[in-house]
Design a protein around this ligand. Structure first.
Ligand code: ADP
Ligand code: MG
Length: 570
């Protein structure tokens, strides 16, 4: 038996590797440090349950341009000398994960709303992406003295005692020098810091505070000597500002949220200046737990038909922002849906910038799909006008959904389709059409054309109308593909009225046509010969009522399909 040895690692190289290959955005260092601060306060809160003045708990950012230093302070649980060594001296050691597991064991999952964020034990080191020196001063209640941990990231770290007396942790980043590519000094600007907190840490449940300079009117300067109104004078005041909203809208009770709040949130987060048409807010508990806040825009979003339009929902994990367009959460035909999903059940990859493509995600996606479809169905049923408004915006996407994916989704989508019809002179569902079909009618008739007016004039449409058959008017390129993908609806076949024979004639009419055709055989043969290759056949027909001639496509590709194919990029 050989002697067991520990792996050695070149810590400087490992740190470099980590820092520069895990994360794609340098700015996330702030998200990581603030998440750690929040975890530390959570731990303090849980360890001292019942004896904590919750109003005092906070995280603070202090930029200092003179020292090129950004300090992040929390009054959480702090670290003892040993903990500093274990947690910050050991890469990939997560004290937070250990804490969470300990808590879960103690109360057997009862307290699993311990929303601790940390788990990988690497986030802290992201500080070295922006800092040339990181100093951590920490004081735990478990120890008399505070300690100072310091590292330049290359050759290890030092730990010494520190005179601080306040419980908690202070992390001081001395920022790297600016280069042409990277402007680290931007992390000293209150504007940048405010934005980063809004972006990544808006829903951290403790206040994240910073002193911010604002311009305020000087009291009493808004009147002149005669007591008339005038523009007031302003002065610069330094104010303590809370940068995060803390409680996310979607975690609040639905009944306590106003439509106005939902709308404002939509406009703030999803780049629209109009209120959304619909808000869908729901939570799911079980195999996978999540909350979703979804919106159907009231108009077609900007750039919706551009190649680079990105579908997807924002993704949060335990209230911390992970990514902007999680594509896998929405099927293509729902790409107009905006919104977000927050779940504690996601397996994030180590950078917490991406997801492992997993089972959980699929479960969430399928719940979202079902929910949106059922919302549309009930809109169609109960609020027809609203639905038609929706359909004018996004009906095309529903149609694409029918024939995309080899028609796999057609069953879920067919009842959401609307078509203009000859009888109604407005939009109808297929179900409504079928319910109006004549007793002897076997097929669902449709016909394509440029627009309603043009279709309305077609000879065959006139004939069908006279005979009291209803026709669907198709005016969009995709429509015929939709028809051929559907094939049938409620066991009725779709039939292009502009193509082939319709079999509308009674037996007597058929007999009469046959006789007339035979009597006029010479004339018909003469027309056929004169036209030569230009036509496949010449026949007498009862299809026409007032028009003398009808050009009709044979079986196979229809005129309209031919046009679509001709317009397709080669
Ligand atoms: P993670 O957060 O995934 O556990 P980090 O590298 O971000 O990994 O942090 C490592 C550990 O250092 C944490 O698990 C925690 O135990 C400790 N730690 C980091 N920041 C603080 C802080 N502000 N207060 C107390 N402990 C901290
Ligand atoms: Mg962390």
């Amino acid at each position: 038996m050989g002697r067991k040895k520990q792996f050695k690692s070149e810590s400087k190289r490992l740190l470099d590797l980590m820092v520069n290959s895990i994360y794609t955005h340098k700015e996330i260092f702030l998200r990581e440090l603030v998440s750690n601060a929040s975890d530390a306060i959570d731990k303090y809160y849980f360890e001292n349950a019942g004896h904590v003045d919750t109003t005092s708990l906070q995280i603070r950012l202090t930029p200092n341009k003179d020292d090129r230093a950004l300090t992040i302070t929390d009054n959480g649980i702090g670290m003892t000398e040993k903990e500093l060594e274990e947690n910050l001296g050991t890469i990939a050691k997560s004290g937070s994960l250990a804490f969470k597991e300990e808590m879960d064991k103690k109360d057997k999952g009862e307290n699993s709303d311990v929303d601790i964020i940390g788990q990988f034990g690497v986030g802290f080191y992201s500080a070295f992406m922006v800092a040339k020196d990181v100093t951590v001063i920490s004081k735990s209640d478990a120890e008399e003295t505070a300690h100072r941990w310091e590292s330049k990231g290359d050759d290890g770290y030092t730990i010494s005692e520190d005179p601080s007396t306040e419980r908690g942790t202070k992390i001081i980043l001395t920022l790297k020098d600016d280069t042409d590519q990277d402007q680290y000094s931007e992390y000293l600007e209150t504007y940048t810091l405010e934005n980063l907190i809004k972006k990544y840490s808006d829903y951290i449940r403790y206040p994240i505070k910073m002193e911010v300079e604002t311009q305020k009117p000087i009291p009493g300067t808004d009147k002149d000597e005669d007591g008339k109104d005038k523009a007031p004078e302003y002065e610069t005041v330094v104010e303590d500002k809370t940068l995060n909203s803390m409680v996310p809208l979607w975690k609040r009770q639905k009944s306590k949220i106003t439509q106005e709040e939902y709308n404002q949130f939509y406009k703030d987060h999803f780049f629209d200046y109009e209120d959304p048409q619909r808000v869908i807010h729901f939570s799911v508990e079980g195999n996978v737990s999540f909350t979703a806040l979804l919106y159907i825009p009231a108009r077609v979003p900007q750039g919706f038909y551009n190649q680079d339009y990105k579908k997807g929902l924002q993704l949060y994990s335990r209230g911390v922002f992970i990514m902007d367009h999680a594509e896998d959460l929405l099927p293509d035909y729902l790409r107009f849906v905006k919104g977000l999903v927050d779940s504690q059940d996601l397996s994030l990859n180590i950078s917490r910038e991406m997801l492992q493509h997993d089972h959980q995600l699929k479960l969430i996606a399928s719940r979202i799909e079902k929910k949106v479809l059922s919302e549309l169905e009930s809109m169609l049923k109960d609020e027809r006008e609203e639905y038609e408004k929706f359909y004018r915006n996004f009906g095309l996407d529903i149609k694409f959904g029918v024939y995309n994916n080899y028609g796999m989704d057609k069953e879920k989508l067919q009842d959401l389709l609307l078509f203009y019809t000859s009888n109604e002179q407005k939009l109808s569902t297929l179900d409504e059409y079928v319910s109006r079909m004549k007793e002897d009618q076997k097929e669902i008739y449709y016909i394509s054309g440029q627009d309603i007016a043009q279709i309305d004039k077609l000879p065959i449409v006139q004939t069908l109308k006279k005979k009291d058959y209803e026709v669907l008017y198709l005016t969009e390129n995709v429509d015929e593909f939709v028809m051929s993908t559907l094939g049938t609806y409620k066991e009725k076949t779709f039939k292009n009225a502009g193509q082939g024979e319709l079999d509308l004639d009674s037996d007597e009419e058929k007999e009469e046509l046959k006789n007339t055709s035979e009597a006029n055989k010479d004339l018909i043969d003469f027309i056929k010969e004169s036209l030569g290759d230009k036509v496949a056949d010449v026949k007498l027909t009862n299809k026409l009522s007032d028009d003398p001639v009808d050009l009709s496509a044979g079986e196979g590709v229809s005129f309209e399909m031919e046009k679509v194919f001709a317009n397709m990029p080669q």
